[in-house]
Design a protein around this ligand. Structure first.
Ligand code: SF4
Length: 121
């Protein structure tokens, strides 16, 4: 099969022409300016992942919500399930950037971590 994928590893955004099959994987990548495209294309075709970013309500904080993200990307097809799993979660102030709000979200190996500080009121 032949596909064109835009590499998003850096802002150059190379439009990579990819030859691949389910059986053999990625056979050829062209039109890329560096070798990082190969790993990106392989992941995008066979194990697409995304960072999940959202916010969680906070009890007792100077802000009503704390922004959160997965510390590493999770499988793209688990994004909706992950959002459902986060529904109803509340965090307790104080919270520091990097605090784990939900460990090992859905068994993905990715923790949901805070991306801002929230102090107590
Ligand atoms: S192929 Fe290399 S230069 Fe092109 S977008 Fe990807 S990382 Fe950037």
């Amino acid at each position: 099969m032949n596909t064109t994928l835009i590499c998003i590893v850096c802002p150059v955004s190379c439009p990579c022409d990819v030859e691949w099959t389910q059986e053999d994987g990625v056979i050829k990548v062209e039109n890329n300016q560096c070798k990082l495209a190969f790993e990106y294309v392989e992941g995008e075709l066979f194990d697409p992942r995304r960072m999940l970013t959202t916010s969680v309500p906070v009890d007792g904080g100077n802000w009503p919500l704390v922004s959160v993200k997965t510390h590493v990307p999770i499988p793209k097809d688990q994004m909706l399930e992950a959002m459902k799993a986060i529904e109803g979660i509340r965090a307790e102030a104080p919270i520091k950037v990097g605090d784990v709000i939900v460990p090992d979200l859905l068994g993905t190996g990715s923790d949901l971590v805070a991306t801002r500080n929230v102090t107590t009121v």
